[in-house]
Design a protein around this ligand. Structure first.
Ligand code: SAM
Ligand code: SF4
Ligand code: F3S
Length: 442
């Protein structure tokens, strides 16, 4: 066995876990290859948040089994949230899977894969929940400039529609010293931007001794020399504290971007979802953050067609979107997930109605996002250049502190540099830009 291929579904946590899986497999002497056909070890890092990515995984498993010329010819590993939630279904539907491993068990991945590589053909299932940092994971990160860093695992919120708490387990925070050491090491290796990850970073520190909260963690990270940008995701509106808002305003490396999922604009729906706040509380919070953090970009998650959502409820979502004017929104049609409270609710919204509401909301939000970006045309923005634009290699692409994309012509390779770029033409995702003659890069 010499090569591996990982396909990742789902959120940033899974993307980051895949960097850990890649590091562990590299440590076993395997090299990454771009296609499954070339790989000896095939890994699917799966997501259960909606039905579609699950179905895709089962069809991929069928294709992977077809690639085998004889049993044991390649190893097939299913990792991630599906592995934790439906290990039996995976084994039944895809008997050729060698290893099913849950998202909190990667501390045991090396041993499990080593055993399989040594010829032990017994299929394995590892669903243990390792304590944070019990086994250091040798992440093999995608970017030398920007790194994701876990600050906590799991979720204790139990929103009525969501499988994440069962897939990822109870909420546990990493010790601040462990996070600090990891980020210091990354910065020493050249990283200039980190994204701190957790399902609800605002409750970071719950259960840790001595007491610490997310604002404290940001302050400690902000003190690291050479770290230019700190981002974090996801924030839960009910746990955003005045201390966090102040920290965002005062700490120079904390970026002016807040991802703050609203999920619905109607109080009745928010209540049935179990979100723990009202639309008015959300609007008050948004006002407070915007007043305190100039230049803030605000993004959200929302779903339409939650059980019992009436036309009037949906109009409350439209009204909230018009009132807030989000920079960007990740929009979803509610999807029944087995084992959730919402799945048991009987007043489901018909699929056609969900689709119609979805289109209406996407249309509204796309118009808003474009207008928001148009208002910044002509401004000069600080862009961290990530590299060439894959579609236009004569152009460079990078992101602003607000996490918006900017694509602009560049003769030289500016990768890793901070460049002042003028926003010339608004797009949904950011701007096409140019470098004004009078400004410098650094
Ligand atoms: N922890 C984050 C939060 O509280 O907002 C996000 C977690 S989830 C991985 C990402 C998004 O998927 C959610 O914000 C929600 O909008 C969406 N989502 C979760 N369950 C869903 C479901 N059953 N149907 C449709 N969308 C769902
Ligand atoms: Fe799911 Fe709610 Fe936890 Fe987010 S806060 S992961 S939506 S249960
Ligand atoms: Fe999916 Fe698990 Fe993330 S269910 S969205 S990969 S936490």
């Amino acid at each position: 066995m010499r090569t591996y291929h990982i396909e990742t579904f789902g959120c940033q946590m899974n993307e980051h876990d895949s960097e850990g899986i890649a590091g562990i497999l590299s440590g076993l002497g395997l090299s990454p290859v771009p296609t499954p056909e070339e790989a000896d070890v095939l890994v699917l890092n799966t997501c259960s948040v909606r039905d579609k990515p699950q179905r895709k995984v089962f069809s991929r498993l069928g294709q992977y089994e077809q690639l085998r010329s004889s049993p044991g010819d390649r190893l097939i590993v299913v990792a991630g949230c599906m592995a934790q939630l439906i290990p039996d279904e995976i084994r039944e539907r895809s008997p050729g899977v060698d290893l099913v491993i849950g998202p909190r068990a990667y501390g045991e991945l090396e041993t499990a894969v080593r055993r399989l590589m040594q010829g032990d053909a017994t299929p394995q299932r590892v669903l243990t929940r390792c304590a944070p940092d019990a086994v250091p994971i040798p992440y093999r990160r995608e970017s030398p400039l920007r790194a994701r860093v876990d600050v906590m695992y799991g979720c204790d919120n139990h929103c009525a529609y969501c499988v994440v708490p069962r897939a990822r387990g109870e909420e546990v925070s990493r010790q601040p010293d462990a996070v600090l050491r990891e980020v210091e090491q990354l910065v020493a290796e050249g990283v200039v931007e980190v994204t701190l990850l957790g399902q609800n970073v605002n409750s970071y520190g719950r259960g840790l001794e001595p007491r610490v909260d997310f604002a404290d963690l940001l302050a400690r990270l902000d003190g690291i020399e050479g770290l230019q940008r700190i981002r974090f995701t996801t924030s839960h509106p009910k746990d955003v504290s005045p201390r966090l808002i102040r920290a965002m305003a005062q700490l120079p490396s904390v970026c002016e971007h807040l991802h703050l999922p609203i999920q619905a604009g109607s109080d009745r729906v928010l209540e049935r979802m179990g979100r723990g706040h009202t639309a008015q509380q959300y609007l008050t919070l948004v006002r407070a953050v915007r007043e305190t953090v100039p230049g803030l970009s605000l993004t959200t998650d929302v779903m339409v067609g939650f059980p019992g959502e009436t036309r009037e409820d949906f109009e409350a979502t439209l009204a909230l979107f018009e009132a807030v004017r989000f920079d960007q929104a990740f929009m979803f049609r509610y999807n029944d997930r087995p084992g959730t409270r919402a799945d048991e609710m009987t007043d489901k919204v018909p699929e056609e109605e969900k689709q119609a509401r979805f289109i209406e909301l996407v249309r509204l939000q796309n118009g808003i996002a474009r207008e928001v970006n148009e208002a910044h045309v002509g401004e000069v923005l600080e862009v961290l250049v990530e590299g060439r634009d894959p579609k236009n290699p004569e152009k460079a692409r990078g992101r602003t502190r607000q996490n918006k994309l900017v694509i602009f012509p560049a003769d030289e390779d500016l990768t890793g540099r901070f460049v002042h770029v003028r926003a010339v033409e608004a797009r949904l995702w950011g701007w096409l830009g140019d470098i004004p003659n009078t400004v410098q890069s650094w």
